[in-house]
Design a binder for this molecule. Structure first.
Ligand SMILES: [Fe+2]
Ligand SMILES: [Fe+2]
Length: 478
């Protein structure tokens, strides 16, 4: 069987399984009236994590007290499109729906879409009909190319397998555009992180990104808190309570998950709202690595890694639900090969991203390898503040490849770590959702990187004060 067919089949089977499993869990939870948010979890479990304890105040849970009402009285499409998984030859386009819908995208290179092609959601065999989120993946695109598109969906009345009808076609009138990744696009990115659905922080953060208009944005984890329902996830990724609902309609995003993006029943399968990368974009060995990316954007190669949970797999708090250790090892093999790809190896600048830092100068910060339960009195937290295991697995490869900059998050406190004997790359830790201005370094950041006059200039914007809080310049690595 051709590789492409196998990959689609696997994707469809696993998606169907995960969807039904998740619906079972969500329905079970609803029956038990067991909807909880991060604040309640922290308050009732005596959670000792200072970071977790802080988050309910800083980041209002996206949990909705009740599922939104579905039905024909609402517009079928109730969000702007979200460009997911920026790449050179493909683009993911997702949007929220209020009822059963068979969604599609019409795209072309002409602004009026007179050359438009229609692509249905889903893959081979069946479409991706859904009543929550529609995912359309455009493939076979040209690198560094401007495309126009619009979104639409057939409203499906579904009674059973033989009684299905289309009760309306709803198409958004707007025509949007995006440019695929590639060597000929503007070398300009922005990074946001630890937004935690804290709208007071997310709103000005996104406003800054919209002002800067980068070629792509990397969302470096902890977009979520602890999300138990798809409705809660949709409020984060499709219907945020911010001014710019179109935040990702024309600027494509890349997503590096944070530890909080794994937590909660719905987040166990975040791919229901933020699709995995196409399996045919990587070899069969790496099919399960749906979050890693290696993307060439102008003169910059962007590498995305997933540090996983901030607690050990053996920590009894999470009852064996997480399997981060082999995941990190598998990513080392993916990274080794990704760094050899010509468009990555040949890029003048190599920038890597992951949520949990790979270095911390403070010996009291927990390195994430304190077996079995992350506890040791010599550390200030009982969870990883940085990731020594990932640093050991990935660091030498990044170093050998000449990585100049590592962008991380997780600690909610902006910091720049200069290269040292431990590593040659510079590490910048982005800030968090705190908008009080009371603690040094604790403010939201937008980390902007742009190549100008033969140099990569990284500017860190303090979103609380509106000032620039750091600037670093890198010469090309070759
Ligand atoms: Fe966070
Ligand atoms: Fe985190």
């Amino acid at each position: 069987m051709p590789e492409r067919k196998i990959s689609f089949q696997k994707r469809l089977i696993s998606r169907a399984f995960f969807v039904s499993l998740q619906r079972y869990f969500v329905e079970t939870m609803k029956r038990r009236e067991f909807i909880r948010n991060a604040a309640i979890v922290a308050a009732t479990s005596g959670m000792s994590s200072p970071l977790l304890a802080m988050e309910p105040e800083e980041g209002a849970s996206a949990q909705s007290p009740s599922e939104e009402k579905k039905g024909g009285s609402q517009p079928l499409i109730d969000s702007e499109p979200v460009l997911q998984n920026y790449a050179a030859t493909s683009m993911g386009i997702a949007f929220s729906v209020t009822d059963w819908a068979n969604g599609y995208v019409i795209y072309g290179e002409k602004p009026d879409l007179s050359d438009g092609r229609k692509v249905l959601c889903g893959g081979y065999r069946v479409s991706g009909m859904d009543n929550e989120v529609i995912h359309v993946r455009l493939t076979g695109l040209k690198p560094s190319t401007l495309y126009y598109y619009k979104i639409g969906a057939d409203r499906i009345a579904y009674k059973d397998g033989y009684h299905i009808s289309i009760t309306g076609i709803e198409e958004k009138p707007q025509i949007y555009s995006f440019r695929t990744a590639g060597e000929r696009v503007k070398s300009h990115f922005c990074v946001i992180n630890d937004t935690h659905a804290s709208w007071k922080a997310v709103n000005p953060t996104i406003n800054k990104v919209m002002e800067l208009q980068p070629s792509c944005v990397i969302w470096n984890g902890d977009a979520c808190n602890t999300e138990e329902t798809i409705a809660a996830q949709k409020r984060i990724f499709f219907k945020p309570e911010i001014d710019r609902k179109d935040f990702a309609a024309t600027i494509p995003y890349l997503f590096c998950p944070g530890n909080h993006d794994n937590r909660g029943l719905a987040n166990l399968h975040l791919e229901r709202v933020w699709m995995y990368r196409q399996q045919e974009e990587r070899m069969p060995r790496d099919w399960d690595l749906g979050r890693n990316f290696a993307v060439r954007m102008g003169d910059i190669a962007l590498i995305g890694l997933d540090t996983g949970e901030d607690k050990l797999d053996s920590n009894p708090k999470f009852c064996g639900l997480f399997v981060s250790e082999p995941y990190r090892v598998a990513q080392r093999e993916w990274l080794r090969d990704a760094l050899r790809r010509p468009e990555i190896a040949g890029a003048p600048y190599l920038v890597a991203l992951c949520h949990i830092p790979l270095y911390d100068p403070d010996p009291k910060t927990n390195p994430g390898d304190i077996f079995p339960d992350d506890k040791d009195k010599k550390y200030t937290t009982d969870y990883a503040m940085w990731q020594r295991t990932c640093a050991t697995l990935w660091g030498p490869l990044l170093e050998k490849a000449g990585c100049q900059l590592l962008l991380t998050a997780h600690q909610h406190c902006f910091r720049i770590d200069a290269p040292n004997d431990d590593h040659k790359w510079m590490q910048i830790v982005g800030g968090g959702p705190n908008m009080t201005g009371k603690t040094e370094g604790h403010f939201p950041t937008v980390i902007e990187g742009e190549v100008r006059e033969g140099k990569l200039i990284v500017t860190v914007h303090n979103i609380y004060s509106g000032e620039v809080c750091g600037t670093v310049t890198f010469p090309g690595r070759r």
